[in-house]
Design a protein around this ligand. Sequence first.
Ligand SMILES: *Cc1c(COP(=O)(O)O)cnc(C)c1O
Length: 331
Amino acid sequence: MPLTLQDVYAARQRIAGTAMRTPTIVSALSARVGHKVALKLETLQPIGAFKIRGAANAIARLSQAERERGVVCCSTGNHGRAVAYAAKKHSARAVVCLSKLVPEVKVAAIEALGAEVVRIGKSQDEAGEEAQRLVEDQGMINIPPFDHPDVISGQGTIALELLEDHPDLGTIVVPLSGGGLIAGIAMAAKSINPAIRVVGVSMDRGAAMAESLAAGKPVEVEEVASLADSLGGGIGLDNRHTFTLCQRHVDDVILLSEEEIYAGMRSLFFDDRLVAEGASAVGHGALISDKLKLDGPAAMIISGANVDMQQFSNVMGGRPINLEGKMVGPA
Ligand SMILES: *Cc1c(COP(=O)(O)O)cnc(C)c1O
C-alpha cells in the first residue's frame, strides 16, 4: 500500500505529546535573496532533531507484545536518540547500534536515555548488520532510520505544519541522507500543493541518495567523515521505500563541499543566531554558495542541534577542522 497524506495526518495524531509542533522563524538571508526564507526549527525537538517524529510514530504503531520484545536500530546518532526516547516512554528495551563515525556527544545522549549502545564497525551499514543480527538472535523489533513507512509518514508531519504556517511556500529545502525526511515532506507537501518544488541537499562525498538517483538504482557509496555527520550512510541496496519516493517527488539535489558546509554553519549562527549541526546548515550553504536559486517564498529544514560543541566553537572561531585527516576551513 503506497503512503498517502492520510498516513501523515494519522502520524500527527499519534506523535502529538511526544514530538513538538515546532515554530519557524524568517531567516536574515531573506533580505539578501529577495524572498521569504522560513526556517523550520527542528532543533527545538526534545531530542534536538526531527527524528523524534518518525521514531515516535513507528513505536506507537507497535503492539504491546512487540514492544515487550524490545526495539533495536542502527543510526548516525539522532535516530538512535529518538528511538531511545520513544522506547523509554513506552518502557520498552532499546538497543542502538552505532558506527565509530558517530560523534561522542550523540553516543552520550543515547546512553543517558537508558538505551544500550553497541559501537561497531566503520560505517552505518555495518551498524545496520548488527541491528539485523539482534533481530534474528533475540527477536527484537527493528526500527529503521529512514526506509520504513511509519518513519517516513512521521517525518512528513513537518510538511503539514509548514504549509499551515506558510501557505505561500514555493520551495522546500531539505537536508538529504537516507531520504526519510525528504520523502515524507515531499509526498505530503505535494499532495497538498503539487506545484511545490522540493530540493535535497547533501555533502559531495558519500551522498548515497544523490548517487543512487543519478544511477537510477540504489548504489553503495563509501562513507567518509563530514561536518554533516548526520547525512552519512548508505540507502541500502535493498531499499524499499525512500528511493522510489525520492525518484518520484524530489525535484533537484544539490551537493556541497565541506568548505561550503563550513560556511553554511557560520551563516546559520552569525546571520540567524542558531546553534545547529552541520546537516542543518546545508540549506544556508546552498544559498550563500549560489548553488540554490529561489524564485519565491521558501522554507529550509533546520534538522538538528546535536553538534559537538568543541567542533562548533572551532568553526565559529574560523579555525580549521580535521575530518579524519582532511582539513576544512582556513589553512
Ligand atoms: C537523519 C538526519 C537527516 C537526514 O534525514 P534522512 O531521512 O536520512 O534523509 C538530516 N539532518 C539531521 C540532523 C538528521 O539527523
